[in-house]
Design a protein around this ligand. Sequence first.
Ligand SMILES: Nc1ncnc2c1ncn2[C@@H]1O[C@H](COP(=O)(O)OP(=O)(O)OP(=O)(O)O)[C@@H](O)[C@H]1O
Ligand SMILES: [Mg+2]
Length: 297
Amino acid sequence: MTGKIIDFATKEEVLIEALPYIQTYEGKTFVIKYGGAAMTDEQLKQTFAKDVTLLRKIGINMVIVHGGGKEITDAAAKFGIETRFVNGQRYTDDQMVRVVLMVLAGAINKEIVHLINRNGGNAIGICGVDNGLLKARKLTANGVDLGSVGSIVSVNTSFLQMMLSNAMMPVIAPVAAGESEGILNVNADVAAAAVASALKAEKLVYLSDVEGILANGLLVSTLTETEAKRMVDRGDIFGGMIPKVQSAFETLAAGVNKVHIVDGRVKHSLLLEIFTDEGIGTQMVHDHSKKGKDGSS
Ligand SMILES: Nc1ncnc2c1ncn2[C@@H]1O[C@H](COP(=O)(O)OP(=O)(O)OP(=O)(O)O)[C@@H](O)[C@H]1O
Ligand SMILES: [Mg+2]
């Protein structure tokens, strides 16, 4: 699919191929985890804004959850605040929480919203603190203190539904209101999964800087939980892919139909996944599902 050139003769075929998907997804909810090159490359930013606007316009309820790790580290350095990682996870002290708010809930969130709205997408930028959208408690990961980092305990779905039913596109910065603490930083993959689960979304799509999940350098187009666990145990899935894969299967267990990892470096990868029979990237499915694109066999 990558770099596929669509000429005039096939344009109509592409549109016709999309029709059943448009009919299936009208009125359904998609949650997109937005990050990586799609969020930093100028051209990819533009195509992402167009893609999500198109999906919204054909009647899909779109919810975006974005990351911003690199920008947070850069901004912290400008303020003379050192970034410290504990077991590969960012340690978030009180000063860092303020940087996270400034960068994630501030500049990054508003830039995404502005870009989508220039395309007519009715985006509204919020963070987990607004109207108690995301409530969290301090995360204790195997006894390791990560500072003000939260695990989500609740999602205010009626707030999201209120926006969706008014044709708005919520763009969420993943910080949360601590139940008994201050504001907590939350992993963007985990926040996207929690939002998708709470909304019982049709799809959760992670846009990342990889083709999908790779095994021995080859793309795995369909991944079951059993196989995913095996790959994590063998070390074939590591680092930033672990929270994606783990939260993906929790999301499926919560009733979300499909979870995909899609290459955000490819222009319009979101549309190609959703509107073509082949799909792209990796889809994660229940162990009992067959390999048809939408779990149908
Ligand atoms: N089996 C695998 N297949 C593909 N990528 C893998 C695999 N195992 C680990 N990875 C790593 O996971 C990374 C993707 O996760 P990462 O957290 O870096 O990106 P992201 O979540 O898209 O962006 P961000 O965390 O900045 O929002 C890949 O770049 C790759 O190094
Ligand atoms: Mg990540």
